[in-house]
Design a protein around this ligand. Sequence first.
Ligand SMILES: *Cc1c(COP(=O)(O)O)cnc(C)c1O
Length: 396
Amino acid sequence: MKIYADNAATTKMRKCAIDAMLPYYDGIYANPSSLHTPGQIAAEAVRAARERMAAAIGCLPREIYFTSGGSESDNWAIASAAEAGARKNKKHIISCAIEHHAVLHTLNKLEKRGYEITLLPVSENGIVRAEDVEASIRTDTALVTIMFANNEIGTIQPIAEIGKICRDKGVTFHTDAVQAVGHIGINVKEQNIDMLSLSAHKFGGPKGIGALYIRSGLPVTNLIDGGAQERGKRAGTENVPAIVGMAAALDECLKDMNKDAAKLIKLRDRLIDGLLKIPHTALNGDRSSRLPGNVNVCFEGIEGESLLLLLDAKGVYASSGSACTSGSLDPSHVLLAIGRPHSVAHGSLRLTLSADATEKEIDYIINAVTDVVAYLRNMSPVWHDLLEGKAQYVIQ
Ligand SMILES: *Cc1c(COP(=O)(O)O)cnc(C)c1O
């Protein structure tokens, strides 16, 4: 069996997205800025896609800016708010400890340029407290940026509550909704969101395309200077096929959302229950305020990398909570922020499901992980020390 359980990293493209894109590579390849008929047909496709993207999150078409994806949208949103803030002498930004690196690294850069960053802690289930946001807002706060749902542990944040607080206090509110869009309900007007980042490849669209919603009336920094695309704020010929594919994928996600979420929650909970039967194993993140397809557990006495490699050999494609593979030995900042010690954070496993997963596949994953964990523990000196009482279990 081969099971791709890494849908938080990227998703398989939906067939409707591929089908929608193909004509724009083949016949309708003209530049949407051209005034001739084929150019205007391409421009109409971009216009229609913008309208559908806007409808999907509850904003106006002119509030949607196409970008190359989630990272670019995060960078742009934060840069825009920071620049607008600086003009009013507001150089304080509030965010949280479990944000994606596209947010955290952008904030680090601003900190070096004289901005003050407040990184809020999260509860042990990975949730930001709205009252902490409220208490941190100052007269010089330029921006609050809190992710909608976490990419590692799947926790869904109290976005509407935070949005209301920010709106009442007149502070700009951005959310990185890359993991949420297409998977859970979003309405930027109802949730008082000023800026929102999304990325197509996390919901069955193509890679390298995304969008930033910016509420009309907010100042927008020029990201790329050049032509008049994206209202002159982000120049460059539009990626027409990708834009069309993104809109098609999101339309289908919204149509299937309730059905898919109900199915995924059942599969997710079956997987969590099965994995928690392994002794000295704990769930990372919140049990209920959680993305429908996200499972993240940590195992005492296990190295995440070995676990991944052995699961790979069994056809289970997952992800771990440490970044050793990317050349660093640091465990995930998210797992550290929810209070996992280094040793345990290294022994974590993320399995993110797609709606076409089956119960049979879930049971296969449970068996594969149970076997691999037992095998690795059996060879681990750390585990034997625990068994013999020479060391203390961190996970009971
Ligand atoms: C994937 C992801 C991003 C980055 O999106 P790209 O389109 O790959 O640049 C940003 N934030 C979160 C929460 C993500 O999951």
